[in-house]
Design a protein around this ligand. Structure first.
Ligand code: NAG
Ligand code: NAG
Length: 192
């Protein structure tokens, strides 16, 4: 019964509406042919909302090959940038009293030895529990850990306030020194 009443009310409203509209509609029909009915207003444009910026923590640095005169040799450091090497960032944390380890490999270093680690699991990042390690060298000719010399001891991170943070970055971190591999004792340097 209730729904019938509502339908009845809608019908009444529709009739009133038509009664109000039809007379004016009939007058427009009599207007000259130049009359152009106005198009209905287009719906408001719906732009896709921009993707949310995922928060990230950035750790970056450089990896060198000690005592080898390769491309980009730096005489002050007596070392050269080592391309295609990697570092890893390891952080220990707890979440809901579950022990967790973040172990993330950097990008391969570029021709300047530069690498980056993007940490999207930002809750795992804590400067007190995160350390940066040498991970891999692209060549057996420069693969002996030199800085840090004990590959099991990672380097502490410090905030890099001079760096321009990429979009979404909460903070940028680095270590105070370049990471370095060296040729094994008496070994040859890589040919590049
Ligand atoms: C680095 O790796 C890329 C791709 O594997 C390779 O083309 C390039 O020659 C490598 N560079 C060096 C210096 O090893
Ligand atoms: C991180 O991962 C690498 C490669 O799987 C492994 O060699 C290394 O032992 C790991 N480090 C830690 C602390 O889990």
């Amino acid at each position: 019964m209730a729904s019938l009443k509502i339908h009845g009310a809608v019908a009444v409203v529709a009739v009133i509406f038509l009664a109000a509209v039809v007379p004016s509609a009939s007058t427009t029909v009599d207007e000259p042919a130049t009359y152009k009915p106005t198009a209905p207003a287009p719906p408001p444009p719906s732009y896709p909302s921009p993707p949310p910026v995922q928060p990230v923590i950035v750790v970056h640095g450089v990896i060198y090959c000690k005592s080898c005169k390769l491309r980009g040799y730096n005489s002050g450091m007596d070392a050269s940038p080592l391309p295609n090497a990697t570092a890893s960032l390891v952080c220990y944390g707890e979440e809901e009293s579950k022990y967790r380890v973040l172990n993330q490999t950097s990008t391969a270093s570029d021709k300047n030895g530069y690498f980056i680690v993007m940490v999207y699991d930002v809750d795992m990042f804590d400067r007190h529990t995160c350390r940066l390690y040498l991970r891999s060298s692209p060549t057996a000719l420069c693969a002996k850990p030199f800085m840090p010399s004990n590959p099991k001891l990672g380097l502490n991170l410090v905030r890099d306030r001079a760096a321009t943070a990429p979009r979404g970055a909460r903070s940028v971190w680095h270590v105070k020194t370049a990471l370095m591999y060296a040729p094994s004792a008496g070994g040859k340097c890589p040919p590049y």
